[in-house]
Design a protein. Structure first.
Length: 335
């Protein structure tokens, strides 16, 4: 618990940052001094609008329309091309929800989609069509979700996901954690979050105090795809998380034009290590509508893994996996 007097009425700095995120293609291209006339990007409103924190924009290379960080957030006309095997819900997650917002697909662990909000909108995101408003366990289904977790003693680990769970205000996280602490079989609390990368200001003292107080083991799985995403502010935030007692892992998505070269992935693993984070998963893209232009073939992915395996110590080689609807875990694709 945070003592009452420490609670501030002021908006935390990270929320101000978040509110000031870039929300238009025109502004983003202007900041990067890219001639919008020449680039065939979408400028009209979208059901998954552009959103990118300014600190993340600052890590992009001005003038480079092919910048690997820019490519992750910039809407392209390719998104509108129809591909018959790229679907709105490729993982059929709707089938794995005993309570709306609570995914229980794998034995031993369950996942809560706490919010649809994210600090950044990644164009390849497999949850871009997810019905967050209907499937939010913090709204109408809160009691049912907690009841399910309490009743299923085989669930040892709870994953807080989203969207991004750290996009929620501290008060919401604190209230949820108090309820989770009442469930004795939950031994591990895992956060799946991109905030330490895209908005390192989020890792503030209040969040760190909250993390440090959890009775469960805390694992933070960050999401970083390219070494350029890691700057000094990110390293500092990650070090603080480790000091607060969290085990730090990273998952990446293999993305054409972003990180589909061996040198990039080697540098990423090394940059993660320097920040105290071990690579965990390298995901083959989920075939979600609008993301086909990011796909890397399994053959190319295997060749990349062969290179990583020879270039890096084993603990810096992520596991190449794909999510398969009826398989009871991530499906291993390599070796
Ligand atoms: C990815 C995922 C998990 C976690 O899988 P791990 O292999 O333990 O990292 C749990 N539940 C769902 C629904 C998932 O998609
Ligand atoms: S941060 Fe994660 S959940 Fe949010 S848009 Fe990016 S990939 Fe999707």
């Amino acid at each position: 618990m945070i003592p009452r007097m420490e609670k501030s009425r002021h908006t935390p700095a990270w929320q101000t940052e978040l509110m000031q995120a870039v929300g238009s293609v025109d502004e983003l291209l202007r900041l990067l001094r890219i001639d919008a006339g020449k680039s065939a990007v979408r400028r009209f409103s979208h059901n998954f609008p552009l959103r990118v924190p300014r600190g993340f924009v600052a890590r992009m290379e001005p003038g480079n329309i092919h910048d690997p960080l820019l490519r992750q957030v910039l809407p392209l006309p390719e998104e509108n091309r129809q591909h018959s095997d790229f679907l709105p819900d490729p993982l059929r997650e709707a089938d794995a929800m005993p309570v709306p917002g609570l995914l229980h697909k794998y034995p031993g662990r369950a996942l809560l989609t706490l919010t649809g909000a994210c600090a950044i909108h990644c164009r390849y995101c497999f949850r871009r069509h997810f019905p967050y408003a209907a499937a939010n366990p913090l709204t109408g289904n809160h009691a049912r979700a907690l009841g399910y977790l309490a009743a299923h003693t085989g669930i040892r680990e709870l994953i807080l996901s989203g969207g991004d769970p750290l996009a929620l205000p501290d008060t919401r996280l604190e209230a949820l954690a108090q309820e989770l602490a009442e469930i004795p079989h939950l031994q591990t609390l895992r956060l799946h979050t991109r905030l330490p990368i895209v908005l390192p200001e989020r890792i503030d003292n209040r969040l760190l105090a909250w993390l440090g107080e959890q009775p469960q083991r805390v694992v933070v799985v960050i999401h970083c795809n390219h070494p350029n995403e890691i700057d000094a502010s990110v390293v500092a935030a990650l070090h603080k998380l480790a000091q607060a007692g969290a085990l730090l892992l990273n998952q990446s998505v293999l993305l054409k034009g972003v990180n589909d070269e061996a040198d990039t992935l080697v540098s990423l693993s090394e940059a993660l290590l320097a920040a105290g984070v071990l690579p965990y998963y390298l995901h083959q893209l989920d075939r979600v509508q609008g993301a086909a232009h990011f796909e890397v073939s399994d053959r190319a992915a295997h060749a990349l893994m062969d290179s990583l395996h020879s270039a890096l110590p084993g603990y810096l080689v992520p596991r190449l996996v794909r999510e398969v609807p009826d398989f009871p875990g991530k499906y291993p694709l390599w070796p």
